[in-house]
Structures are given as structure tokens and as C-alpha cells.
Ligand binder design. Structure first.
Ligand SMILES: [Zn+2]
Length: 407
């Protein structure tokens, strides 16, 4: 039995193909960086950053292309249908057959991705002196996150096919509503239930940091009562910080590396930036955007399943899951410039508001230079790569925006 490769698929495949080939091209031939960067970065820093980042980009695009080609072959080459039939005979059908098919596909995709995972998050990180993890610990992380993923996804798959069976024409609305609810619940619970499985989070004990946080939260008129330090140094030498959670689980998280390796005024700039995310409601905005995208994607999914899978009785067989995974992979890849556009705008806004809060633009600029140098960022990436894949603006753009905001 052949699945129908219709117009929507063709558009998605062509778009994804063009985007990924361009990504590969600009990864291999990034061109000359803008001469302006020499004001802030040495030639050596720029070329080192580019060498490090090239490896990461190749892993990303290599993994994506391999996985997508495999899924295309599976879905449109008839293999998914064959595996699905075999599983149905073996399990006798029912919800179990859907979960079994999901497990087989999940395992295959994990295996295909393993060399890319291992290279990008272990080998390459060691090669550049970022990783502080032993191979044993890396595997421990890998199995923990894989275990969490397989359990949560299996429940999701069972729920999805139950919903499809129960609401044959409105399942996409019910599914989108469920997933939206899950996005909200997850944002609320993740920092308190899941993140602690991987890291330790402790309130800052340093009186100077506590005083600085108090000072900024009073200025920002925000009840920031949770600034936690994460033991990031057990995995990496890179520094970072983030804002996460919803309502009572909201928190600013600082890597212990940041506190150890960066001067106090730059840490203050980081905290102000994260507070700006908080005060501007960026988590809620991100959620709102995610929920909107969710409904659009589920609507498209409804159409694509209806037009791809021959189902005379309105009943979708287990291999439907492979079609869904392929569709989601293509859509999320093709839509990533849109999502990243919104994300970069929020980052610019957080930088601006952060500088207004501290009144210390030079520290914010030095922070950008320091972070980019120590973390080996590509400070001025090719415009296409930035447009397509950067969730944060590159260092040079951020420095310029900070100078603008301080004027
Ligand atoms: Zn940010």
C-alpha cells in the first residue's frame, strides 16, 4: 500500500530541502565576518569561535537530514506500513499496537541520532575543553532523559490515538487543546519536578549577590524571591543563566560558572536581563505563541492525515504515528525562522530593559564580549544562519542594541 505524497507534502519537503541545503552551504562557506567585530574581538577569537561552531552546525544539520531522509523512506517507501502490519498481527491490535509502533520508531530514531548526540554533546565539547563530564556520566544523563522522554511520549501517543478514535472529526481541536494545557502544566512543573533530576539548585548564599538582587528587584518593582544557583560546572565550563517557571515556580537560574568566572557588574547585567524577561512576561508570551502555533499545526495535521492515509472506516492504523513524526519534523524545521524571530525580539527587549534597570551599559557590553569569547560563539554569523537558527541575537548585534538603548 502506498501513502499519498500530495501537494502539502511537496511544499514542506521542498521548503525543508532548500532550508537545509542553504544551512549546510553557509556552515561550510560562512564568508567573511563584518569588519566591525574587530572593535570587540580579536581575529583569533573570531576564527576559533567559527571553528567550534562549524562542528556544532554540522552535527545539527547532519542529524536532521539523516533522520528526515530515513522517515521519508519509512513513510513513502512502504516500510512503516509493513512494520505496522507486523505489529498488529503480533499484538492483536488495539491501543497496545499504537504504543508498540511508537516504541519501535522511537528506538530506531534514537539509534540513528546517537552518533550525532555523542559527537555534539560529548566528543566535540571535550575537544574544545568545555565538557567536564566523564563518558559514564554522559551515558547516565542520556539514559535518564531518554527514559523520561519515552515514558511521557508513550502516554501522549496512547492519549492521542484514543482521542482520534473518540472524536473522529474534531480530534485535532481536542488534541491541540490537550497539548496546550500540557504546555502550561509543563512550564509550571518542569523547574520543580524535572530539572532537579539533572542538577542541584540552591538559593544564592553570597551576601553581595543577595544584596544586588534585592536592589534590582526593588528598582524593577518585581517580587523576585528565587534566584537559584545551578551546579552547571559538573557538565560544562560554559556560563549561562535563564528565567523559567510560571506563577509560584518562577525563578532566575544562574550557572555556578557565571558567579565564579565573571565580575560582579557583569553578573548584575545578567540578573537584570533575566528580570526583564520576568517583568515583560516573556514566558507567558512564549506560551501564547506556542499555543497559537499548536492549533495551526494540529489543523494542518488533520488535513494531511485525511489526505495521505487511505482509511475507509475513519480508522487510522499504527503507522500513522510515523506520518505524524515526519510531518512534525518538517513543520518545526520549516517554521523555526518564525519562532526564532519572536525569540530574538524578546532577547533584544530584555537587553534594553535590563540596561535601563542597571544604568550600566558598559558592563552589559563587556558581558556580551566575555560570554561570546569564553563560550566560543560565532559573534557575527552569516545572515542566513542567524535568521534561520538563532534564538538569541549574535554578540555584535546585542552590543549595538545595548549602545542604542543607553543613548
Ligand atoms: Zn534572555
Amino acid at each position: 500500500m502506498q501513502l499519498k505524497l500530495n501537494g502539502i507534502w511537496l511544499v514542506l519537503i521542498i521548503l525543508t530541502g532548500v532550508f537545509s541545503l542553504l544551512f549546510l552551504w553557509f556552515t561550510l562557506f560562512p564568508g567573511r565576518p563584518s569588519p566591525e567585530i574587530s572593535q570587540y574581538f580579536s581575529a583569533r577569537q573570531v576564527s576559533q569561535g567559527r571553528d567550534y561552531v562549524r562542528g556544532m552546525r554540522l552535527v545539527f544539520i547532519g542529524g536532521f537530514i539523516t533522520q528526515t531522509v530515513f522517515l521519508l523512506w519509512l513513510v513513502f517507501g512502504g516500510r512503516a506500513v509493513a512494520i505496522s502490519r507486523w505489529i498488529q498481527q503480533f499484538t492483536g491490535g488495539g491501543l497496545v499496537s499504537y504504543v508498540a509502533f511508537f516504541l519501535v520508531l522511537w528506538l530506531l530514531l534514537r539509534l540513528i541520532n546517537l552518533p550525532f548526540d555523542l559527537f555534539g554533546s560529548y566528543y566535540w565539547q571535550h575537544r574544545w575543553g568545555f565538557s567536564t563530564q566523564s563518558l559514564g556520566n554522559w551515558w547516565l544523563d542520556y539514559f535518564k532523559s531518554a527514559g523520561l522522554e519515552v515514558v511521557l511520549s508513550a502516554v501522549g501517543v496512547a492519549l492521542l490515538f484514543w482521542i482520534i478514535g473518540r472524536w473522529s472529526s474534531a480530534w485535532w481541536l481536542v488534541g491541540a487543546a490537550f497539548l496546550s494545557l500540557w504546555l502550561v502544566v509543563q512550564s509550571y512543573l518542569w523547574p520543580v519536578l524535572v530539572s532537579p533530576l539533572f542538577n542541584r539548585f540552591e538559593p544564592t548564599k553570597d551576601p553581595a549577590v543577595i544584596a544586588m538582587v534585592d536592589e534590582l528587584s526593588q528598582k524593577a518593582q518585581l517580587p523576585v524571591d528565587r534566584v537559584l544557583v545551578m551546579d552547571a560546572s559538573q557538565r560544562t565550563t560554559k556560563a549561562n543563566a535563564y528565567f523559567t517557571g510560571l506563577g509560584s515556580t518562577r525563578r532566575i537560574v544562574l550557572y555556578d560558572n557565571l558567579l565564579a568566572d565573571y565580575p560582579a557588574d557583569e553578573v548584575r547585567a545578567v540578573v537584570a536581563h533575566e528580570m526583564a524577561h520576568w517583568s515583560k512576561g516573556h514566558i507567558i508570551q512564549g506560551l501564547g505563541l506556542g499555543i497559537l502555533a499548536n492549533f495551526i499545526i494540529w489543523g494542518l495535521l488533520f488535513i494531511i492525515l485525511k489526505t495521505t492515509i487511505p482509511s475507509p472506516y475513519g480508522h487510522y492504523p499504527p503507522y500513522t504515528w510515523a506520518v505524524i513524526v515526519l510531518f512534525m519534523a518538517l513543520v518545526s524545521f520549516a517554521a523555526s525562522p518564525v519562532m526564532n524571530h519572536f525569540s530574538r525580539n524578546m532577547e533584544f527587549e530584555a537587553d534594553r530593559v535590563g540596561v535601563q534597570l542597571t544604568g550600566d551599559a558598559p558592563a552589559a557590553e563587556r558581558l556580551q564580549v566575555n560570554l561570546a569569547t569564553k563560550n566560543l560563539s560565532d559573534v557575527a554569523p552569516p545572515a542566513y544562519i542567524e535568521w534561520f537558527s538563532y534564538s538569541h541575537p549574535p554578540a555584535l548585534a546585542r552590543i549595538k542594541a545595548i549602545q542604542q538603548a543607553a543613548k
